[in-house]
Design a protein around this ligand. Sequence first.
Ligand code: SF4
Length: 443
Amino acid sequence: MKQYHIETYGCEMNKAESAAMEATLREHGWKRVSEQDADLVILNTCTVRTTAENRAWNRISQLSARKKERAFALAVVGCMAEQHKGAIQKKAPGVDYVLGTFQKQSFGLMLDLVAKGEKIDVLEETPTYVFGASYHEPGAFRSFVPIMHGCNNFCSYCIVPYVRGREISRNPSDILKEIDQLEDLGVREITLLGQNVNSYRWEEQGHVLDFPGLLKLIARHLHDRQSSDAHGRIGWIRFLTSHPKDLSDSLIDTIAEDPIFCRHIHLPVQSGSNSVLARMNRKYTREYYLSLVDRLKAAMPDLTLSTDILVGFPGETDDDAEQTLDLMRQVRFAYSFMYHFNARGGTPAASMPDKVPDKAKKKRLAHVIALQKEITSALMKERLGQIDEVLIEGVSRRSKKEVLARTARDEMVVLPAAQSRIGQFARVKLVSISGNTFRGEEV
Ligand code: SF4
């Protein structure tokens, strides 16, 4: 049997795309093994963050060197392959196949050619994005469902629109089909995935389906399906990522109306300063963001918010940085992904003047991290004693007698329970805190 090994760098989108590639690999009769035994090693790369890109470049060199010891095919796919195809071929002749984001439909063809020991020029542009086949990690109770791809926003620091292209929404009937398959496989929670899910738009026969419309369609479909027979149920729906400028009142009403939508939204703010937001081309102001948070919390008082914060953007002053801290205090995010600015070649921000010195960037990031820690800890303490529903996801890393679960608000809870409960919903009381995880007891 032909054997493959795949490594994924970067974001959740990339993980979902690797999962889809694995489904295709299996369909073509390939088996997953460790890198040492693989006939084909695939690196699914990401250029969104410098660290992920550097790690992929290191891995390419390492694997190219290893080809002197044994024969195997090396493929680089994903957005780094899209952006740096020429450089990869020049710098790393050991790479046999380079498949960009828009050449996904060539993946099956590439597998057939690897099996025959042939090479192809897969660099030719085919500018149509193909959504991956349904894939489900056996035994997993959570799954991603891609609903759109690409981004039209051109935030000045971000490479995504250049390497993933413009927004393309997925056909709603394919989405429903995939959800049905996942439910039949035992999935209990889905996350609808896209760079900016709020701008989902599907037009057919003069009728436009927007993101709130899609959410309603999915919820209605699941409720009908679940009431019509004894299907195990998908009880929770999440979505990722939301651009604040596109989060409409109609979306807020839709989520608030149906508890199938989890009470957690990831809403990247990036900065609390209007001048920085304008240079980032985020297309909203601090006041707009705060009013959006007010509307969300008024509609769903139990909602948690998480965010991305980027400090040290070119031209950011101490006062700008203070405004970010102030916004964090006002919103009280449950958690944040926090970064300092690193220029991505090819983006407008890379050539902006007034770069913030490294020392100041690191200091500001440390302040943001310390404040987030404080807020997270205070929010967790406020939750102690409360009872909430969780989905039991797996065995705890510490003890086989404990399981790991998650609330709809995206909080992790460890509780004593038998492994047979994995995949079930349960009601738990949050009794204590250990790091960023609650300890709970079933009630
Ligand atoms: S919304 Fe902005 S940060 Fe997000 S993917 Fe699009 S361009 Fe990048």
